[in-house]
Design a protein around this ligand. Sequence first.
Ligand SMILES: NC(=O)c1ccc[n+]([C@@H]2O[C@H](COP(=O)([O-])OP(=O)(O)OC[C@H]3O[C@@H](n4cnc5c(N)ncnc54)[C@H](O)[C@@H]3O)[C@@H](O)[C@H]2O)c1
Length: 252
Amino acid sequence: MSLDGRVCVVTGGARGIGEAIGRRFGAGGATVAVWDVDGDDAARTAASIGGSGHACDVSRRAHVEAAAAATLERHGRIDVLVNNAGVAIAGPSESVSDEDWDVSIGIMQTGVFLCSQVVGRHMLERGSGAIVSISSINASEAFPMRLAYCAAKAAVVAMTEVLAIEWADRGVRVNAVAPGVTRTALVQRGIDEGIIDVAGYHARTPMGRFGEPDEIASAVAYLADDEQSSFVTGETLRVDGGWSANGWIVSR
Ligand SMILES: NC(=O)c1ccc[n+]([C@@H]2O[C@H](COP(=O)([O-])OP(=O)(O)OC[C@H]3O[C@@H](n4cnc5c(N)ncnc54)[C@H](O)[C@@H]3O)[C@@H](O)[C@H]2O)c1
């Protein structure tokens, strides 16, 4: 795998899909810098894959600049950025608070902007790099009670396309992955709160199940790998067991 020897940043990499991505990269010989708002968890996860952990709230420019500087000082360069950090705050649209709106948009939209800009400048200077952002099927398929989440994930697709066409002839590819519901702590919270109907979701999904974090990591690894996806930029790859393709009421 050509990620061997690459330096890869994974935001929100302490657990869930981000942790699976970091593990996949580490197993392929990459050095992984885990940026996470939870600095202790970032350090723990990074230690278990032989990388470095950095406390970083991606919604704050000063944090992102400090994490980038620390990563560059430690590893010398950044070849791959994965914008994965996210939160799921659900509730009726008519009563979403300004605070919840700002948190969701801050992490999943502004955070993707800040990390892509700060790390992108470094990649443009070197004339090479790959950025992969985690969007969602909710960029194009609405779920109720997730107004800010859906808006932020649609913005990720738009930002991916703008950055891809601006930076295509300067050596930096920019892509996204749009997962379907994937078995992580974030989804477990939704199940516990009664806002994810497991049986209904499985019935609506042609493959009849949730995704696994490793299955999302495989798609990210493909898009991050300059040898595998050398002519791919501006793409959002759906990894959803057929959910988005399905126009029928139920699959099974
Ligand atoms: N799990 C799913 O079904 C699913 C589906 C589609 C998209 N996604 C997206 O995948 C990404 C990962 O989701 P997950 O299910 O692994 O969630 P998770 O809650 O298991 O992990 C999210 C990680 O992001 C970190 N994080 C939260 N706020 C942060 C901030 N301000 N700065 C830096 N790190 C921060 C958390 O500490 C955590 O380590 C998210 O962007 C999510 O929206 C998940």
